[in-house]
Design a protein around this ligand. Structure first.
Ligand code: CA
Length: 311
């Protein structure tokens, strides 16, 4: 009995140690699981995009692209988000392609999609208009479009003359805002002249007769991204980027207010061949695609919306 009692006591002691060991092992294992779970849950911050809405009545035809999720203030309104892949577009966009406004529009096949083809002739050509543009300028307008000048296109510099190939033209009754490509290297423009009428009525705004570097020479056969932000207020703001390079930035610009002169043709883009008519046949065809226009969304040149299409 005595031995038996002693043996039973040892058995209970070892049993107690075993239970404690199992409990400790279990606790350690649970601690490790909790730590691993914490790592997985902490993989990154929550990202919240602000939806941009399209005003009823001024949306482009392919509303399937909306809402466009970009980081923009809640007042920002997408006026245009157009890739032309359905070979169609709608108000507020309108185009003059070299024959007449909106008719006929030539769509150029781009892999699985389409772009718009312009004839850069000696007459007015390549004009894009935005209905009610003058009403938006006071709140700030962000333009983004892509251009491609194919290998058989003649840049004005190719012919020794260089004028009237424009990045942007906002046409007005008492003067225009014009951004004109200047200089050349192997034919392609390499700088930009910006000018506008200031509040004193003098056309000395922007760079005046001078120009600023594009940061690169525009190349043929390559899609270039053009981004422009313009706000006409006190002060006005102008920001231009080409392929994400800062070409021009002025947060204290002096531009005559829209009510004084930018309500006429509502153009936002205008190109034509040389004033001197060289070459007489013009410069050939070029292409325009993936246009986004947002007003009251702030300067989006550094944080533009994601591409909806690359074709
Ligand atoms: Ca397209």
């Amino acid at each position: 009995m005595k031995v038996s009692f002693c043996n039973k006591s040892h058995f209970n002691y070892y049993l107690l140690l075993l239970v404690i060991f199992v409990l400790l092992s279990s606790c350690l294992k649970m601690d490790r699981i909790v730590v691993e779970g914490g790592d997985k849950n902490g993989s990154g911050p929550t990202v919240v995009n602000t939806p941009v809405y399209c005003e009823t009545g001024v949306c482009p035809d392919d509303n399937a692209d909306f809402p466009v999720n970009i980081d923009v203030n809640m007042a920002g309104v997408v006026l245009v988000d157009e890739d032309f892949n359905d070979m169609n577009y709608g108000a507020p966009l309108s185009y003059y392609t070299g024959i007449a406004y909106d008719e006929p529009i030539i769509y150029h096949s781009e892999n699985t999609g389409y772009s718009i083809q312009f004839s850069h002739s000696t007459a007015l050509a390549g004009i894009g208009t935005l209905l009610d543009l003058s009403n938006y300028l006071g709140d700030g307008v962000y333009f983004r479009y892509f251009v491609n000048y194919p290998e058989d296109y003649y840049f004005p510099g190719d012919m020794g003359m260089f004028d009237n190939l424009k990045m942007l033209k906002i046409s007005g009754s008492s003067g225009d805002i014009e951004f004109i490509y200047k200089d050349s290297s192997s034919g392609g423009p390499k700088s930009l002249q910006l000018y506008w009428i200031n509040n004193s009525g003098v056309a000395t705004g922007g760079t005046g007769a001078a120009s600023v570097s594009l940061g690169k020479t525009l190349s043929k056969g390559e899609w270039h991204k053009i981004e422009i932000y313009i706000k006409i207020a006190t002060p006005s703001i102008v920001h231009v980027q080409v392929d994400d390079y800062d070409v021009y930035k002025n947060n204290d610009a002096d531009i005559r207010l829209p009510s004084s002169g930018y309500g006429d043709a509502e153009q936002f883009m205008s190109v034509r061949a040389s004033n001197s008519g060289i070459p007489p046949e013009g410069h050939g065809n070029w292409f325009h695609d993936d246009i986004t226009i947002i007003y009251n969304g702030g300067d989006l040149c550094d944080t533009g919306p994601a591409l909806t299409d690359s074709n």
